[in-house]
Design a protein around this ligand. Structure first.
Ligand SMILES: *Cc1c(COP(=O)(O)O)cnc(C)c1O
Length: 387
């Protein structure tokens, strides 16, 4: 296929893509997959894409798996982009859309990253994998590892949503509940990787999860007929989706399929854990770890992220911003979205509705702009939050 090498996102050092890697050994920063764009442009057209199945694998030339036989799939991707006129009316907006990731295997967009990462791990001969998770990544890894016949070791905080714990256990993963946060779980994964040889699938430490999440940006562009919206609101934890979509837009411009115009990217976090929002408004290039992280939006409970500098760069380059909302506001956002549109969003998705309200009120977003909210998962995975 068309993957040529991996490249450090900070120091640009290059690595052989036929070998297993985590982060750059020099500076510990994420590695990005790089492709041969001349060859891709010669074989792939927008018309060819239209003939393909509606999954994220329709973009296979832009993805890192060499041999299609190694693809581990449950049919993920190409989720609906829903026009939301009733919710829009309530908020006073004319062109509001939700990219609805609740309709995806394992009920959250983590499926994209883990389908990709498990496929590449299989291709490179891995048999046991591990990751720290705030919830949904564990369920997704368990599912794709089961389908690939790999052992999965999952470390989650003990107050992880019940659905995430149960789904991972039912799918045969080894689940360890940790009295701590995702960062504490990460430490245990690193130890296990060193002693047992597990491959560490931590987001943005493993180079290919971001390639899976990149497909959200590819889909948005295709679903909008290769015109991007004005603003994207994205609930941000580790930031893989934000960074992945930005990478997708750069790659589509390289292909000549879109121009240089970009959406303003908005990172939405919870008031109880908002390291990126704080760093953005301080003008910092990196975030400092958040103390006592607390929110019902489990996916946003990420006190420090390896790719903080990349997220902050995307927000600034795009002319976007970062917004924190309270748990009360994000749950109201879930209700509003459910009552007006019939979409039972996860708390993280509800946070984008609440953030949109703030940004309309303070004039950052105009009522006639084209705005996309990401609902990153299903509310059904968080039933205890809604009781
Ligand atoms: C993981 C997760 C997030 C955060 O995603 P990142 O790409 O890591 O920032 C948001 N919402 C849900 C439902 C999640 O599971």
């Amino acid at each position: 296929m068309f993957l040529t090498h991996l490249e450090c996102s900070r120091c640009s050092r290059q690595f052989d893509a036929h070998r297993l890697h985590t982060t750059c050994p020099d500076d510990g920063k994420p590695l990005f997959a790089r492709y041969d764009w001349n060859r891709i442009a010669a074989v792939l057209s927008q018309e060819t894409l239209e003939t393909r199945l509606p999954t994220m694998w329709r973009y296979r030339e832009l993805l890192p798996v060499h041999d299609e036989a190694n693809i581990v799939t449950l049919g993920e991707g190409f989720t609906p982009l829903l026009r939301c006129d009733r919710l829009g009316q309530t908020l006073g907006m004319q062109s509001l859309w939700i990219k609805d990731e609740s309709q995806i295997p394992t009920g959250s967009f983590k499926a994209r990253g883990l389908s990709m990462a498990v496929s590449r791990a299989k291709e490179l001969g891995v048999t046991s994998v591990a990751l720290p998770t705030a919830g949904n990544a564990g369920g997704a890894l368990a599912a794709y590892a089961a389908r690939a016949g790999m052992d999965a070791h999952i470390f989650a905080p003990c107050d992880v949503p019940v659905a995430n714990r149960i789904e991972a256990q039912v799918m045969g993963a080894n689940v360890t509940l940790v009295d701590g946060l995702i960062t504490d779980c990460g430490r245990l994964v690193r130890e296990g990787a060193a002693t047992h040889g597990w491959f560490d699938m931590s987001t943005l430490k493993e180079p290919y999860r971001v390639e899976g999440k990149k497909t959200m940006g590819l889909e948005l562009a295709e679903q909008f007929h290769w015109n991007l919206p004005d603003v994207i609101l994205y609930p941000t934890g580790g930031g893989t989706g934000l960074i992945g979509m930005w990478k997708a837009f750069e790659e589509l411009e390289t292909l000549g399929w879109i121009g240089s115009q970009r959406p303003r990217m908005v990172s939405v976090q919870a008031e109880g854990c908002a390291p990126i929002v704080r760093a953005f408004h301080r003008g910092a290039e990196e975030a400092t770890p958040w103390q006592n992280a607390r929110t019902v939006a489990a996916g946003l409970r990420v006190p420090s992220a390896v790719a903080d500098f990349l997220m902050l760069r995307v927000l600034r380059e795009s002319g976007g911003t970062a917004v924190a909302v309270s748990d009360e506001e994000l749950l109201e956002g879930v209700s509003l979205c459910a009552e007006r549109e019939g979409i039972f969003a996860c708390p993280e998705g509800g946070a984008t509705v609440a953030a949109l309200r703030h940004l309309l009120e303070n004039g950052t977003i105009e009522p006639d702009e084209h705005v996309v909210l990401f609902n990153t998962g299903s509310g059904l995975k968080y039933l205890e939050v809604f009781e």
